[in-house]
Design a protein around this ligand. Structure first.
Ligand code: KIV
Length: 245
């Protein structure tokens, strides 16, 4: 699984053969430049989701329900999920949390909308944690994570993302669940992996957690191309004879 937030990128990611495209609320960080995922709105997620769906021919598309659209009110959660499905034509929604959001998860599932869970580090709860460091290192939090994962599976979630937890815990959860467990910083013992596309392509530079493997240094390539363009325009090399009418 990889994230995508716009038509052009989603087309490339889909063509490359990824199984799942996540229209993550990380769009708030990488597309809009916010410090957290909290400010992104449902309308903005729908804009990103519908752009991605228009590009995709084969991957499953999952759209994040943004902060404040499903916590604490299951009726509002259902309305938010229905808007995502109706207005983006995506295949499923993703929600952060376990027991606390179970009523919302159940209500959305009972409307026939597939739900992907998200446990471990949940960026929408950053103000509760105060830090983006590894979660569930202590027994109590690890036990709650396992119990939440089982609750989500029993409720009918079709997959769960585990973010930034010890690899042994990731492996244990994956072994105990029948549904796929997709990790980001959850080690190699889970069933699948997800990364933010801007991070793995090296477009973002300031974010360097241990779990991130950069497959490219696009930041340098893009800057280089733009510098060449500026230079060509300044020295009157662009456009040349063949590049004009
Ligand atoms: O929003 C997002 O990109 C995510 C992934 C990090 C799993 O939730």
């Amino acid at each position: 699984m990889l994230t995508a937030y716009d038509y052009s990128m989603a087309k490339l990611v889909d063509q490359a053969g990824v199984d799942v495209i996540l229209v993550g609320d990380s769009a708030s960080n990488v597309m809009a430049g916010n410090e957290t995922t909290l400010p992104i709105t449902l309308d903005q997620m729908i804009y990103h989701g519908s752009s991605v769906v228009r590009a995709v021919k084969r991957s499953l598309v999952v759209v994040d329900l943004p902060f404040g659209t499903y916590q604490g009110n299951s009726k509002e959660a259902l309305v938010s999920a229905i808007r995502i499905m109706k207005e983006t034509h995506a295949d499923a929604v993703k929600m952060e949390g376990g027991e606390e959001i179970l009523e919302s998860v159940n209500r959305i599932l009972s409307a026939g909308i597939p739900v992907m869970g998200h446990l471990g580090l949940m960026p929408q709860s950053i103000h509760k944690y105060g830090t983006y460091s590894v979660r569930a290192k202590q027994d109590e939090e690890a036990k709650k994570l396992i119990s939440d994962a089982k609750l989500l599976e029993e409720a009918g979630c079709f997959a769960i993302v585990l973010e930034k937890i010890p690899s042994k815990l990731g492996e244990k959860v994956a072994k105990e669940l029948r549904i796929p467990v997709i990790g980001i910083g959850a080690g190699s013992g889970v069933d699948g992996q997800v990364l933010v596309i801007h991070d793995m392509l090296g477009i973002t530079q300031e974010f360097s957690p241990r779990f991130l493997r950069r497959y490219h240094n696009l930041a340098a390539e893009i800057r280089g191309a733009v510098e060449n363009y500026i230079n060509d325009v300044r020295i009157l090399d662009f456009p040349n004879e063949k590049e004009q009418y």
